[in-house]
Design a protein around this ligand. Sequence first.
Ligand SMILES: C[S@@+](CC[C@H](N)C(=O)[O-])C[C@H]1O[C@@H](n2cnc3c(N)ncnc32)[C@H](O)[C@@H]1O
Length: 734
Amino acid sequence: MDTYQKPLEDVDAALKRLNATLASYKVASTTKPAPAATAPMKAPAPAATPANKANGNKTSIPATRPAPASKNGQQSNGHPRSADRTAEPTGPGSNPAESPSDLPQVRPDLLWQEAMKLRFCDRSSRRTMMLGPDFPGMSGDQFAIDRQIDDIMMLQEHYLVDYPYLLPIRLLTAQKYLQLGYPDLAAGEAYKALLLCDAVRDPSDDYHQMAAPQLREFIQQVPVAERLRQLKCDPDGVQELPPGSSGEVMDFELDLWVRYHYLPWAHRLLVVGLMYCGCYKTAWYKAWKAMDSIEKTTGDVVDQWLVDVTVGCEQAVQKLWGMSHDDWEKLGHWNNGKEYPDLGRVRREVYPWNEWEPDRLAELPQLNAMMAAVAPKLEVRAVELPALTGSSESATVMQLGVFAKEDIAPGEVVLSETSMLTANNKLRDTLCDACSADLPDLNSPTADQVRECPDCQAVFCSPTCLSRAEATYHRATCGNDLDALLRDVPAAEAADSLYSLLLMRAIAMADVQECHPLELDEVRYIWGDFHHLPITPTHFKPSVLNHQALNNSDRFDEGHGQLPRTLPWSFEHNIRLPIQMLEKMEIDPFAEPNYDLWVCNTLFAKFRGTASARLSGSSQAGRATRARGPEVSAVHPMWCLANHSCDPNVRWEWGGSIEFTAREERVQWKGRGVEGGVRLRKEGGVRRGEEVVNHYCDVELDVKERREWARGALGGECRCERCVWEAGQEGGGE
Ligand SMILES: C[S@@+](CC[C@H](N)C(=O)[O-])C[C@H]1O[C@@H](n2cnc3c(N)ncnc32)[C@H](O)[C@@H]1O
């Protein structure tokens, strides 16, 4: 933009040129959509069409979401799904000239106008820039909640599909997520908006060719008078006008809108979102960087909201660490965000717009067909389990469990399952790329089974694994420079790296199999330990998005509507890495709604608590895993339907496939006795009708350690018969 900084000798001439430019674009003089002939932004597709992925197409052409696979009219979080509105028009094309008058138009137009009004700064007032406009909050009545959800669905299904690179639409979506208590999703959209700000301003950016024209056409719909006011409202605005052609003037105008409106708004939404999630290190650091960036791009101004975020983060961390104000100051923590905690927690739920979550009880026959293929003597049934997350000891939840259809002898293998949804975080380990089994020694008799991909260095333990990899995921990762990602990480980061690698594999599988990632067989029936509270005024309280709330870390739960948040979440693993993975797989993170960040959150919710993990070179999770951190992980969708007990009746072993073997003998514990009039068995095997119970932790540990170890996978404290008895003995000072 340097050429535009040249002082202009003749301000009048510049204004004349600008007026000529505006006239040449034949812009509309109101915010109403322009007639079709003068509105190059085309109307969104009126009805759902198959996603572009269905054609194996990897271009940036916007995709419309495929018809939902799930038929359940009621989402698991109790929120009724909004009516199917795929036929509604949206955006600037939804004008009377081109759409039949019987189509509903009021809501879509309102959304478009909301995006039009989304401005950050009136350039004439420094003070406005200091405080900026407030984020509008929302009222918490059911009508407001439903309308907000509808707006989000409308944006997701139409606006973002048709205008995936349009900055104000991204920002409006982020804002609506924030208002509905999803600061994590708001941060994700805000981050994408920041990437689009760069794309608009940098002609060499990969997305420039898409982002700049979409914003240009959008701004052309702003009334001329308003556009002129934006340019003229302080003397610098006119003096900065470039002397060049109308195209250059337009570019200048675009740049100005990005710098003064969208960039600050995106920074703000990102850091507020991150802070509410508890990612204090990144929020603090990004708030400072944003202040710096805004100062550089807009002049000597400070955004008070960004300052508030730095203060809010400092206050939250000081409280978390239980430090006095004096110690905090003395040790310089106020000035050293690098040390702040960065792992947050967010709502773990079936999002109101998630149409992929199956009604598992209704689909038990399909599930049992899958189970029969890997475990002919087992079946899946509904089972009532203690609700471990609630406060009440007696609350129960209806879930699934695995049961024996016939007697199983001690030592008998009852389930054997192989999965392609695997991951390992060791860069140089000799593991099969597909099933994660250890590769055979060069001298072993099975060494000649090993196969290598002819186009990359991936190695497979057998021709079967190679061909299964080719059919299910490998094309998406082959030669895409993904190998070094998340490998050889420190032990503390090992588990998170594996979850992210599982996410990467799921994306690759969905891409190659041309389906939605939540539709994959390996994922679909997994229960993500979602909270079951509906988004109603009884449970959801919208946040007040003002300075007082930002400055008070006791109120950060309000940012999540005060709903429970149990899903671990970070900027790195839930925003930056997924976008990077998609780009490396040549999937457009803006134009592919199948891989939206809410989809990634849902996948993570499903993986956490169900994925098995182990060290490479060994087949059992155990004590050593804790020191080195897990190295290999996999999701086995049938295996993981078995519930936990610290007195399990099966053992599991995992090499290339995962197996359940009926125990020869049950664990010894003193309290084993009579339950409900039936003597609990000590001998091994599983009787017909008995539930198959697995162990998520080392059952040799004492009750305290077991509970600690299994807490992550169970979502709460284990209340199995053995734990309850042993904890009671400890409490009673046995
Ligand atoms: C691996 S899944 C087991 C299958 C699960 N019940 C289902 O319906 O898909 C783990 C989840 O099941 C539940 N669960 C497993 N064992 C449990 C137990 N002993 N008590 C309470 N909940 C249990 C918890 O919600 C846990 O997060």
